[in-house]
Design a protein around this ligand. Structure first.
Ligand code: ADP
Ligand code: TRP
Length: 434
């Protein structure tokens, strides 16, 4: 059986909460017990520096999150569990990728655009307060993923764009220097609910409405007591829809318990009683882990030792791979021979648009046309066989009218006009003829 390599990072910039646990850690740990998978989970502490410039907080959060993973059942024997900043190959690869990434691609990253939009609203200069770190965030994330040739990257929906960018960077690098990188795919958990917080909005450290995963039982009880509810009195039927309390209960209860709670709502359970049931339900699951967590927090050296083992395993892969990549881009001892080029390396190639062919998880074959600066110009729909995709590309490169003829096989790309696509095809045709 071929193994699928899963890789994901979590940014240590705060204290983990019930939403992080139920939405991310618990399913991620369950996934490591599946057959045919390899898992790489890491603490993205270089990423933390982008949004948090409080050294103590980054340090503390790294310990809290690492201890949480271990306490929640992550088995460091089974999972390569490491800290990003222990892998110097990641920043080195970041630079290689930086040099094949169009600036235009990064201009379109959601995180960067959101910062710009905020400035526009406040009437400030568009890059006000934006660091180059925020701008480069997608490249660092691509390096995390590509260094280990991960197939699947479990992330929240807000991160899908970053995985797509990582694919683009991988394809550009492969195109220039040979087939070194696997094109990763996002793995989105559809059936994991987003937990609501104390105020009924999404539970998030940015909203300060969280229940920390490992707070003391008294604190847990107190926070559950402060979850907003409506003013319905005991005996009055209550709505489960939109109830943060019900939704958190559901994330920790069995289906039978959830059904019983649903009936209790209809029968008009008092909010105080429902909160007591929620407390008991969460505490039953968390209490054994809390003991492990408290022990790890009291002995950070145990956490450090686990991370060092992970770093050793990760670097055993990263170090030789980076040597190959260094040689591929031309950084090698002067006495060393030229590496076997796996891809064509024509002078001036970087300045041209390029077709890229790939296979998606649906088993179909796709291609796209990418401008020299990395922007997507044309995107195909799926073909049953790679030959069909290849023939469509060949037609586009040869015939002026192919763009119209093939329109049914092409998906529209927002913000790109037909003139630009024709010009790119013409540029390719011109070089093919010289
Ligand atoms: P926060 O919103 O608190 O800053 P992060 O963005 O650091 O959380 O998220 C870390 C992980 O936890 C991500 O995989 C994210 O999808 C998951 N997560 C965060 N908040 C929730 C929530 N309320 N419910 C479910 N999953 C969540
Ligand atoms: N940027 C991700 C987040 O904020 C964390 C992260 C960093 C990551 N590097 C990664 C996730 C690589 C998956 C793969 O959630």
């Amino acid at each position: 059986m071929t193994t699928t390599r899963f890789l994901t990072g979590i940014t240590p910039s705060g204290t983990p909460h019930l939403g992080n646990y139920a939405g991310m850690m618990r399913p991620a740990i369950a996934a490591t017990r599946e057959p045919g998978v390899e898992n790489f989970y890491f603490l993205a502490d270089y990423h933390a520096l982008i949004k948090c410039q409080e050294p103590e907080r980054v340090h503390r959060s790294t310990l809290e999150i690492a201890a949480s993973w271990l306490a929640a059942g992550l088995d460091p024997e089974r999972v390569t569990f490491y800290r990003q900043s222990d892998i110097p190959e990641i920043p080195e690869l970041t630079w290689f990728l930086t040099c094949v990434t169009g600036k235009g691609l990064l201009n379109r990253a959601h995180a960067y655009k959101a910062a710009q939009d905020k400035n526009a609203e406040a009437g400030r200069e568009s890059d006000d307060g934006v660091t180059a770190g925020l701008f480069m965030y997608p490249v660092l994330m691509a390096a995390d993923i590509l260094l280990f040739n991960a197939h699947r990257v479990p992330v929240g929906r807000d991160q899908i764009q970053h995985i797509e960018m990582a694919r683009d960077m991988a394809a550009s690098f492969n195109h220039l220097y040979g087939e070194h990188f696997t094109l990763p795919e996002a793995a989105i958990e559809d059936n994991v609910a987003t937990l609501l917080g104390l105020d009924g909005r999404k539970m998030s450290k940015s909203y300060d409405n969280t229940i920390p995963l490992f707070c003391a039982p008294a604190q847990l009880r107190k926070l559950i007591g402060s979850i907003v509810t409506d003013s319905r009195a005991p005996g009055e039927p209550k709505e489960t829809e939109g109830s943060a309390l019900f939704q958190i209960y559901q994330a920790f209860a069995t289906p039978e318990q959830t059904a019983a709670m649903r009936r209790a709502y209809a029968d008009g359970i008092a909010w105080g009683d429902a909160k007591q049931m929620l407390f008991e339900c969460i505490d039953r699951e968390i209490a054994p882990m809390r003991a492990r967590y408290d022990d790890l927090m009291a002995h950070p050296e145990k956490v450090e030792a686990a991370l060092q083992i992970g770093a050793g395993r990760a670097r055993a892969i990263a170090r030789p791979f980076l040597q190959t990549l260094r040689a591929a881009v031309g950084l090698r001892p002067l006495s060393a021979a030229q590496p076997q080029a796996q891809g064509a390396q024509k002078a001036g190639k970087a300045a041209l648009p390029a077709f890229k062919q790939y296979r998606e998880a649906d088993g179909k074959f796709y291609f796209k046309l990418v401008a020299a600066d990395g922007r997507l110009l044309l995107q195909s729909t799926g073909f049953a066989a790679p030959r069909d995709a290849g023939q469509a590309i060949a037609r586009l490169q040869k015939e002026a009218g192919a763009l119209q003829a093939l329109a049914p096989q092409l998906a529209p790309v927002a913000g790109v006009d037909a003139g630009e696509v024709s010009a790119a095809l013409q540029a390719l045709a011109d070089t093919a003829n010289t």
